[in-house]
Design a protein around this ligand. Sequence first.
Ligand code: NAP
Length: 250
Amino acid sequence: MMSDLTGRIAIVTGGSRGIGRAIAESLAQHGATILINYHSNATAAEEAAQAITSNGGKALIRQANVAIPEEAEKLIDFAKDELGKLDILVNNAGITRDNLIARMKLEDFDEVLDTNLRSAWIMSKVASRVMMRARWGRIINITSVSGIAGQAGQTNYSASKAGLIGLTKALAREVATRNVTVNAVAPGFIETDMTKELSEELVQTVTAQIPMGRWGSANEVAHAVTFLASEQASYITGCVLSVDGGMVMG
Ligand code: NAP
């Protein structure tokens, strides 16, 4: 099988809904055991795990607010202690608190940075130690077109996503000789709960900027992540793979 992940242990932060859930399902379909992390919606996490196990896959769920360093660290400890190792880390958990900078509160900046960026730094710090020792690992950070091109109303979110790209490249250099790769996937506009609140006007404006003329699905992002997690992607590190229908090129 292309992208055979049999025997691999993977953590997907925010793996209970949207893109994270599609990633968890895809990695499981290819043979990995998945630790699905969620923050507040236990029902969604149980449904995601159920979808995997009813397809013959292996999944566990674990509540943690990854914006809190101690809780993030415990997730890695759980994988290490209870599942024996950690091969794949997908830093996917993310939130938006959009507003023009004049109206944005400092709390909205801090909450988004802590949830989207600081969490990935903490998770990567602890996970990379385990992976380097094992001489194999995959860290995949879910960034965004917003972190590459910038988006009005998202000074906090764009900063967090651009920060994730810097983190990806710097860490890729630190761990490369130990056979641990670190990459980012940059989705464009994907149909999930995060984007369903956008106004019809904005949806039309955005869609007009996508060469492929349509939004993407969570599964289309999951395919890219699954490839980067596989043995086939062994010589790819420090890259930012856009999954955006051609929206941001170059
Ligand atoms: P979503 O549907 O809103 O799902 C977010 C997921 O993250 C949920 O599982 C949620 O768990 C979890 N989460 C939120 N805060 C958390 C925290 N503090 N600790 C642990 N888990 C937390 O979002 P999505 O659209 O799938 O987005 C997933 C990722 O892709 C995000 O990083 C987002 O920035 C990025 N992205 C999305 C798009 C898009 O168009 N949708 C485009 C580019 C990038 P609970 O439900 O339990 O809170």
